[in-house]
Design a binder for this molecule. Sequence first.
Ligand code: PHE
Length: 413
Amino acid sequence: NTTEELQTLLLTTLEEKGSVSNTKELITPDGKEVDQQALLGALKSLSLADKEMVQYEPIEEEIWVLTDEGEEIADKGSHEAKVFDAIPVGEEGISIQDLQNLLGESAKIGQGKAFKNKWINKNGNNLIRVVDSIVDQTRIDLEIIRSTGTHSDHKVLSELKKRKLCDKQKKVSYSVTKGSQFSLTIEKQARDITFEMLQSGEWQDAKFKKYNFDALDPATCTQFPEEYLERVKEVHSVGGYGSIGYGYDWKIEEAQKMILRTHTTAVSSTMLYDLAQQKEFRPVKYFSIDRVFRNETVDATHLAEFHQVEGVIADKGLTLGDLIGVKNLRFKPAYNPYTEPSMEIFSYHPGLGKWVEVGNSGMFRPEMLEPMGFGPEVRVIAWGLSLERPTMIKYGIDNIREVSATPLECFHL
Ligand code: PHE
């Protein structure tokens, strides 16, 4: 469903019923359930400050979902049941080697449990059945969880979670009421100015969608540490501290413009500047977690607003080796205007089946640090990770929009 279809569905339902107590009960005209992630997009645009057509509150619910292995067992049976099924009826049974050849991994994992359940026994080197038939309770329990989202026996849930066959997940839906400017028709807001609009003169009366970055107040900043500003201006325009600079005409008007922070490295720089002002250098480790904003096309791994976790270590004599010493990550050479060397950080996402960029890192350049007031012997290693991508990897989530359903939710995971 497109955002527009969902908006229409919401507005007509509100008009008809007055309110929607839980959006998970919404049904599209073609009889389908509504994707709550997509719905959130529709809700957000209908509740913007400049057209408050609806108001909404999240409703959080915990449901149990099967892991990939849990799904496999719910479909095809548990390892122990596979072991039982593979053993022929009779005294002779099957050799452990044959069972292994037949079932692979499942043979090893399933045997112990099948013994414990008193389904099988040993006869010399062979395994034999000791009961006529079995009930594959694990599979039954998993099927219950799959279809109902929970299980009446909490012990079963915690046991299956321990075996990594199922896990708890948060599901968000919404309650919606009419807003102060409720109406059935949505006023069209232009996103971009087009050639046609310019030609026809339509641009003069068109209503434009407000973008993040346009709505900043105040628009400029006028307070800077004077000497630092001069040194930055110098290094950018003509170079210094070993750098040749950008060779451009550095303008105070540009530097004064406020923008929403695009990375938390802005915070790290402020902290480092403060550190450099202290009489005596002391080594530090700094961390930050905060929201950042980017001009991104939203997809499964990108959001225009997300969170970054940044780490900075400043000491004398640090090297690249101090930065890379972490397992299960891959590093790829990259470029940042403020670090050299720079490395993108990748982590494997089993759900998406590929290496996903989770962050970026490097050693802050002398031409960034020395204008702050640090001596040339001070080295700073730093890395910035998005909070959302590693969270996706840890919890097996394939769509970044699920992690960001409500801004604070990711901290509760
Ligand atoms: N600021 C970089 C980013 O947003 C991350 C980074 C932090 C890179 C620190 C190098 C050092 O991608």
